[in-house]
Design a protein around this ligand. Structure first.
Ligand code: BTN
Length: 323
């Protein structure tokens, strides 16, 4: 891994190949090869025969070399697979999961040519401006409990946004990340399971981080925005991703140890949906209007219709309406 080499270069100033070789316990030729690999990734590294190497600039990419230093997790993000461009990180992660990749493996792409949203929709993103990741999970849960996982992740994303920006994000059921009226991110969960056990879950997260408002296609720009637009300045994608992985690891551990109840309270505290009047379109294309009362202990939405009857909803889309 080149993190150690980068760490040494980041200390500033010049450092000779010989000194680097001593620190990293490798030959000067091996150092030279690694420096060239970093250059190919986009790092600008100056070298002079007398003074040695110095780091001039790092690329603005979500490379493992940028994320791993300063990432305080045990499992999540310990294995990162980076793509400049891929069809969908979901498909890459599912393939890795099928091949036995460990829980916590993260697939990242700067550009997706076939990014997927919920309900078969397309997820489009502007290269270099957002976060597109898929995380492999291997939860010891019944398949019926899997609806809770994106809720856990939604809380983690919201907490990470609140930590890294001055914004107060809200979660719209099931897991749209909202700032004010507009969507800044979403979560897609795909699962491979047998009747009584989950083999793997691939959790896909897309976040509009630094996208200028003008780069959203017109109809998407009416309902979506980015964190930078809302906070009035650029947001570090690396810090946001590190923060998400740390928050998610903590919440996922809490969930595995204590179950859904404490997460449910956190989700409710960050949601804009409880108590709201909504129009709900369910998976079969049906439509219901009513007031959201709660999410129950399974994570299902409880919607009270105008005739006061209560519907329990496991999947769908809500649109907030005035009472
Ligand atoms: C939604 O519809 O709100 C969910 C969007 C999820 C998008 C992410 S981007 C990374 C991962 N790869 C995909 O193709 N989709 C998810």
């Amino acid at each position: 891994m080149d993190s150690e080499l980068l760490q040494a270069l980041r200390e500033g100033g010049h450092i000779s190949g010989e000194e680097l070789g001593k620190r990293l316990k490798m030959t000067r030729t091996a150092i030279w090869k690694r420096v060239n690999r970093l250059r190919r990734l986009g790092y600008e590294i100056a070298s002079s025969p007398r003074r040695g190497y110095s780091l001039v600039s790092a690329p603005d990419l979500l490379l493992p070399e940028e994320i791993e230093p300063g990432l305080h997790t045990r499992v999540f993000g310990r294995s990162i697979i980076f793509y400049h461009e891929i069809n969908s990180t979901q498909d890459a992660a599912k393939e890795l999961a099928r091949q036995g990749a460990e829980e916590g493996t993260v697939v990242i792409a700067e550009t997706q040519t076939q990014g997927k949203g919920r309900k078969g929709r397309e997820w489009s993103s502007v290269p270099g401006q957002g976060i597109q990741i898929s995380v492999i999970l291997r939860p010891r849960l019944k398949p019926s409990q899997s609806i809770q996982i994106p809720l856990v992740a939604g809380v983690a994303v919201a907490q990470a946004i609140a930590e890294v920006t001055p914004l107060k994000p809200r979660i719209k059921w099931p897991n749209d990340l909202m700032v004010g009226e507009k969507k800044v991110g979403g979560i897609l969960t795909e699962m491979n399971a047998e009747i009584d056990r989950i083999d793997y879950v691939v959790l896909g997260i897309g976040l509009n981080v630094n996208t200028p408002q003008s780069l959203f296609p017109k109809e998407i720009g009416e309902i979506a925005t980015s964190l930078a637009v809302k906070s009035g300045g650029p947001v570090s994608r690396v810090k946001l991703l590190q923060s998400f992985l740390e928050e998610f690891e903590g919440l996922y551990e809490e969930y595995n140890t204590f179950g859904f109840q404490t997460i449910r309270e956190k989700w409710k505290a960050m949601s804009n949906t409880i108590g709201a009047w909504v129009e709900l379109s369910d998976v079969d294309g049906g439509n219901m209007k009513g007031k959201i009362l709660d999410i129950d202990s399974d994570g299902a939405l409880l919607l009270q219709k105008r005739d006061k009857s209560i519907e329990r909803v496991l999947a769908g889309d809500v649109t907030l309406r005035k009472a």
